[in-house]
Design a binder for this molecule. Structure first.
Ligand code: HEC
Ligand code: HEC
Length: 325
């Protein structure tokens, strides 16, 4: 009995000390910084480059679908151009993350950052101060030309003064930053240029490196973002950011004849669907921005999705009431 008490006492002390050490480590590490080179990207004032950037930002890359202010939500969801002054909030289990102001305002936007600093956020997932970016943005493999185009367009945005508190995370969020979050960078040396055309190869580039189709239509761990299911087979559930009472599950968009949601769709049906915009209110899919995609790119996407591995995965319901816990 005495021995048991002694063991319990000592294990209590050990556990207590471990917790203290863990808490101390979380506080010491949650702001940790990373070394990462600045991509050699320089903004251009060429009007064709800026036009390509504008198209990407308001179309397939859907920056507008996230970096809008709450009062502009309806317009952003409809695919209209709105000031990219930030403030839209993602409610996550570990806290609130708001999109930063990415207008050219020097004090509250990105006007004071260098081209290399902005390029490093998008390509290497490292903030100007060295902290890791939470991996919301899928642009690590964007070509040099497209990254240049995006930054060149951002430079033309009129400054809007709008201070945003980017992160308000709880202890779990700090622990996640301290131990789980490291910068996500390119999967290979990014291409210098990928020429827009209607081929499956270009569709693959949009689906993986610009529009993030793969990031939502593949099952993932909501906490770490790790991919846990076959690509494009759907089944990834997420509460709606704008209507938290609804939880969405992405459909299987592989060409599996039985369970593939779009297996019977012709190219015409697919094109028409992308012109329609939001059909289910609260959907996380940025249909508004995608509505602005060119016919060429939507066709390329369709052609690419025909070539992905068919996977059997029946997704019963794409929208359900969020279970309260
Ligand atoms: C899915 C939502 C989403 C999309 C789409 C998105 N962003 Fe972001 N962006 C965020 C979030 C959230 C953060 C803050 C991340 C964090 O706190 O770790 C951020 C951070 C940034 C930053 C860092 C700003 C700073 O002050 O350091 C830049 C620059 C940026 N985004 C630019 C863009 C551009 C350009 C696009 C389109 C090509 C884009 N974003 C698309 C959500 C998004
Ligand atoms: C932020 C997450 C997200 C991204 C990014 C995303 N989707 Fe979706 N997608 C969803 C969700 C959730 C649904 C189900 C609700 C709906 O239909 O809006 C959906 C539905 C669909 C549907 C079925 C629509 C219908 O009317 O039945 C198709 C097709 C589709 N997505 C294709 C794509 C393609 C192609 C891309 C990339 C260009 C993409 N998605 C990017 C989340 C996403």
């Amino acid at each position: 009995m005495e021995r048991l008490k002694a063991i319990l006492k000592w294990s209590g002390i050990v556990l207590g000390s471990l917790i203290v050490l863990f808490v101390a480590a979380v506080y010491a590490r949650h702001d940790r910084t990373f070394d990462s080179p600045y991509p050699k990207i320089t903004a251009s004032t060429d009007s064709a480059v800026i036009a390509r950037g504008k198209y990407l930002v308001n179309g397939p890359a859907h920056c507008t679908g996230c970096h809008f202010a709450p009062e502009d939500m309806a317009k952003a969801a409809a695919g209209e151009e709105v000031p990219l002054k930030g403030g839209f909030a993602f409610q996550l289990p570990f806290g609130v993350i708001r999109t930063p102001n990415i207008t050219s305002d020097k004090a509250t936007g990105i006007g004071a950052l260098t081209d290399g600093e902005i390029a490093r956020v998008l390509r290497n997932g490292v903030f100007p101060d060295g902290r890791a970016v939470f991996d919301f943005m899928p642009f690590h493999d964007l070509s040099d030309e497209d990254l240049t185009a995006v930054i060149s367009y951002l430079r033309t945005l009129p400054p809007v003064h709008n201070p945003v508190v980017n992160r308000e995370v709880n202890f779990m969020g700090k622990a996640v930053s301290a131990f789980l979050i490291t910068p996500v960078g390119p999967s290979a040396v990014p291409p210098r240029r990928v020429t827009p055309d209607s081929t499956a190869a270009y569709g693959k580039y949009i689906a993986h490196s610009i529009a993030n189709c793969v990031g939502c239509h593949t099952n993932r761990d909501l906490m770490t973002g790790a991919f846990v299911g076959p690509s494009f087979a759907g089944g990834f559930s997420m509460p709606s950011d704008v209507m938290p009472e609804l939880t969405f599950t992405t459909p299987n968009i592989t060409p599996d004849p039985e369970t593939g949601h779009i297996a019977q769709w012709t190219e015409e049906v697919f094109l028409h669907r992308f012109r329609q915009g939001v059909q289910i209110p609260g959907t996380p899919m940025p249909w508004g921005s995608f509505k602005n995609m060119s016919e060429l790119e939507v066709k390329a996407l369709y052609r690419y999705l025909q070539t992905v591995e068919p996977v059997k995965n029946k997704v019963e319901k794409v929208v359900q009431k969020t279970e309260s816990n």
